[in-house]
Design a protein around this ligand. Structure first.
Ligand code: SAM
Length: 386
């Protein structure tokens, strides 16, 4: 059966030509009313590629295949196997296997936690391929279980329900993950994202390298302690801060799992506690600032920048001579240039002389495609104080 067809304006066609896989509703001349695959043509009837169609979304078409090849079971298996092969050599037991548009498979996220997979199907078009995707994942990975963490807000824009569902086998409440020399428990059913912040893995390994042996470390916004655990491999003493008692309870478990008794888990608001530490003239050899996304929308950006600046400024003031600030932001709306401008302002107001030693981003298992800004959201920097 031939695929239903869609026709797009010149502007829509230009987006694909310029390397972005999305065509918005306003650039679609006609398209199927049902979600699924569509053969996409330009205004003059020239075939442009095969796309996933989401009739209720502002992102109406997502490019899957530029040639006339069918997007069938073989296609899914090959694409997923190729994405898996690109991750060979990661020194951990959990990583992202498919990063949606970053891997050329729009709206699909697959994270591997040891022998289990956690999957997000983020568009109505993709949902129609659920069976083929699950079959391909079973063939490529032979997992013990597949969990669908489809409890994400973006699905609302697609007219899809927000649900967490077991799709195959069984998936435990917690999964022990090894990351370099550190072990931690991921929470696939209930944890943030798909159970852990896999995107910071490389930055956590770097943070350990930048920690002065025998020094003091502070992990702000620690969540389950994954930075703190790495800092604790070298620092004499680590303070791990979070406002959530539940997150800290898991942090403590992770500390015990690693046999670490040099981490103090502190339930506090980072903004308040950093002010108090400054009054007490406490100093740290390394400070990690990895807050939640303060800017959830573009309109929230000015206020979010004030928040980022305040927390970074406070952290800068607490650095010992030679100390390192590892600062990150996962807000998509705060672009890299805004982030650096914020750090510059904070550094100016802190009165400290800070040297940029490392530019940070998301790990290579979260590929950021230069022509698709939406694939990149995590940015960061390491700064050394004098
Ligand atoms: C992005 S997560 C941190 C991820 C973590 N660094 C990692 O790599 O796994 C954000 C954490 O910040 C905490 N949080 C949010 N606002 C806070 C505040 N004002 N003070 C302390 N913790 C806060 C949340 O409870 C959450 O655990």
């Amino acid at each position: 059966m031939p695929l239903p067809t869609a026709r797009v304006s010149d502007k829509g066609a230009a987006r694909w030509a310029h390397g972005h896989p999305w065509i918005y509703r306003s650039d679609v001349l006609d398209a199927p009313d049902e979600p699924g695959l569509a053969a996409v043509h330009d205004r003059r009837g020239k075939f442009l590629g095969t796309a996933l169609c989401s009739p209720r979304s502002e992102i109406r078409l997502r490019l899957m295949e530029r040639t006339t090849r069918w997007v069938d079971a073989d296609w899914w298996r090959e694409q997923i196997a190729a994405a898996a092969a690109r991750r060979d050599g990661i020194d951990a037991t959990a990583w992202r296997v498919v990063h949606g548009e970053g891997d050329g498979i729009p709206s699909l996220v697959v994270d591997r936690y040891d022998r289990w997979l956690v999957v997000q199907l983020l568009s109505a078009g993709l949902e129609t391929h659920r069976g083929l995707i699950l079959d391909a994942l079973r063939e490529v990975f032979s997992p013990e279980g597949i969990l669908l963490r489809n409890d994400v807000g973006v699905r609302r824009h697609e007219g899809l329900p927000e649900v967490t569902e077991l799709a195959a086998g069984s998936v435990p409440e917690t999964i022990e993950v090894r990351e370099g020399g550190v072990r931690y428990l991921a929470a696939p059913w209930t944890g943030q994202k798909t159970g852990a912040f896999l995107d910071q893995r490389a930055n956590r390994l770097l943070a350990a390298q930048l920690t002065r042996p025998g020094g003091t470390a502070l992990d702000c916004f620690t969540y389950h302690g994954s930075f703190a655990l790495h800092l604790a491999t070298r620092a004499a003493r680590v303070i791990a801060l979070d406002v959530s008692a539940d997150a800290l309870a898991r942090g403590r478990e992770n500390g015990a799992l690693n046999g670490r008794d040099n981490i103090e888990w502190v339930e506090a608001d980072v903004f308040e506690l950093l002010r108090q530490y400054d009054r007490e003239r406490r100093r740290f050899d390394i400070i990690v600032v990895d807050p939640p996304a303060f800017a959830k929308s573009k309109s929230a950006l000015p206020q979010a920048i004030r928040g980022y600046k305040e927390v970074n400024l406070r952290a800068m003031r607490l650095l010992a001579a030679g100390g390192v600030l590892l600062s990150a932001s996962c807000s998509f709306h705060l672009r890299r240039a805004d982030f650096h401008a914020m750090l510059e302002e904070a550094a100016r107001d802190s009165g400290r002389r800070l040297v940029l030693t490392h530019l940070l981003g998301q790990g290579p298992d979260h590929p950021e495609v230069v022509t698709i800004p939406e694939t990149g959201y995590l940015k960061g920097a390491a700064l050394r104080a004098f």
